[in-house]
Design a protein around this ligand. Structure first.
Ligand code: FES
Length: 98
């Protein structure tokens, strides 16, 4: 997944880095990040819909809309806005669901 970051980090700059991968590329979020904030701090979207191919980046950011699902490298589906980032998490954008 490519593109400019959706979010610009303005806080937690001094928090411990939390490493994760996105489509195999290494990145680091910050302690206390959700999966959504970590991914959107390094790229422009979470996934593409299977129906139209359009990029999705979540909508409500509070766990209500179901628009922020991401796939982990081991095939689990997570709600990105309500899941805390943990060290070593691996996410894939290919084959993501609507
Ligand atoms: S952005 Fe709406 S549930 Fe995550």
């Amino acid at each position: 997944m490519t593109g400019l970051a959706q979010f610009r980090r303005r806080y937690r700059l001094d928090e411990a880095p939390v490493p994760f991968t996105l489509d195999g590329a290494p990145f680091a979020g910050r302690r206390g990040d959700t999966v959504l904030t970590a991914i959107l701090s390094v790229t422009g979207s979470l996934r593409r819909t299977e129906f139209t191919g359009e990029p999705r980046a979540g909508f409500c950011l509070i766990g209500a809309c179901q628009d922020c699902h991401v796939l982990t490298a081991d095939g689990r589906r997570l709600r990105a806005c309500t899941t805390l980032l943990e060290p070593g998490m691996a996410f894939v954008t290919a084959g993501a669901m609507a």
